[in-house]
Design a protein around this ligand. Structure first.
Ligand SMILES: [Mg+2]
Length: 271
């Protein structure tokens, strides 16, 4: 089992993981966050949230400037503002994606509501976020989130049409997310690990990664880390991992940030 002195990197989902699904509180994880900070262990947020939502949260958590993966893996960002070592991982930006969605809706009559179709007031009602935070959720760079309002058959056709347009659908905790094919939390994390020199690791050395997530959309990320914490979530669909090393997978009993703490307690031996 890893110890705090190892070249660790924590990769975490937000909603339903580090943040409570209902209240968005991270307070139960406070002590662990302080411990990570003390040991200069990077906390890499890997979320369906936008950069505009993640950056202020990083500050609040005390991890400002850490690399992050936003919009379900459509965007990867690391390095400080001066160095501008940022990357848009996805090949299509939100404007191009929304343009395709509009075209498909006109052509095939699909019924769905995207973030681009509504005001921040409506997004606030869907999510329980304040209108100011909902406005940040709307600032999408390389994906679009939507609520599906049509039949199963139409959904299958929609998926096919997106595929033809070079796009893919990922199911998050509350919404479906449309993004470029080949992006996603797992692909984005693998890209980051190749490019980001972790402060806890020797040059050229890969950090020891612990991933935490509660949804099926976290599975590709949880398959790409060294140790995976599957947090007890609310999704009807189970989080199915492809990895065979069962001793490196821990499924928490508690939900949200309490489950997050339980996972780190399980894998990291206090020294
Ligand atoms: Mg989640």
């Amino acid at each position: 089992m890893p110890v705090l002195q190892d070249p660790l990197m924590i990769v975490t989902d937000l909603d339903g993981s580090l943040l409570d699904h209902h209240t968005y509180s991270w307070q139960p994880a406070r002590q662990w966050l302080m411990r990570l900070k003390e040991h200069h262990i990077p906390l890499v947020i890997c979320s369906s949230k936008t950069a505009a939502e993640i950056v202020p949260l990083q500050q609040e958590l005390g991890f400002g400037g850490s690399p992050f993966i936003s919009e379900n893996g459509a965007v990867v960002r690391y390095g400080d503002a001066q160095a501008e070592q940022t990357a848009q991982f996805s090949s299509q930006d939100s404007a191009a994606i929304c343009h395709t969605l509009l075209r498909l809706r006109q052509h095939d009559g699909f019924k769905f509501t995207g973030f681009a179709d509504v005001s921040e007031k409506e997004i606030a009602e869907w999510t329980g976020l304040t209108p100011a935070l909902a406005a940040r959720a709307k600032m999408r760079e390389a994906s679009e989130s939507l609520i599906w309002r049509d039949s199963r058959e139409q959904f299958d056709l929609f998926r096919e049409r997106l595929d033809e347009a070079g796009l893919t659908l990922v199911q998050g905790g509350r919404f479906w997310h449309v993004m470029s094919k080949g992006s996603g939390k797992g692909a984005a994390l693998r890209w980051l690990l190749e490019h980001y020199p972790s402060p806890t690791a020797q040059p050229g050395q890969r950090p020891l990664t612990i991933g935490l997530g509660d949804g099926p959309n976290d599975a590709p990320m949880l398959d790409s880390v060294d140790y995976a914490v599957v947090i007890h979530g609310y999704s009807k669909n189970p989080v199915l991992l492809e990895r065979a090393d069962k001793q490196h997978i821990y499924r928490s009993a508690a939900r949200g940030p309490e489950g997050w703490v339980e996972g780190l307690d399980h894998f990291i031996t206090p020294s």
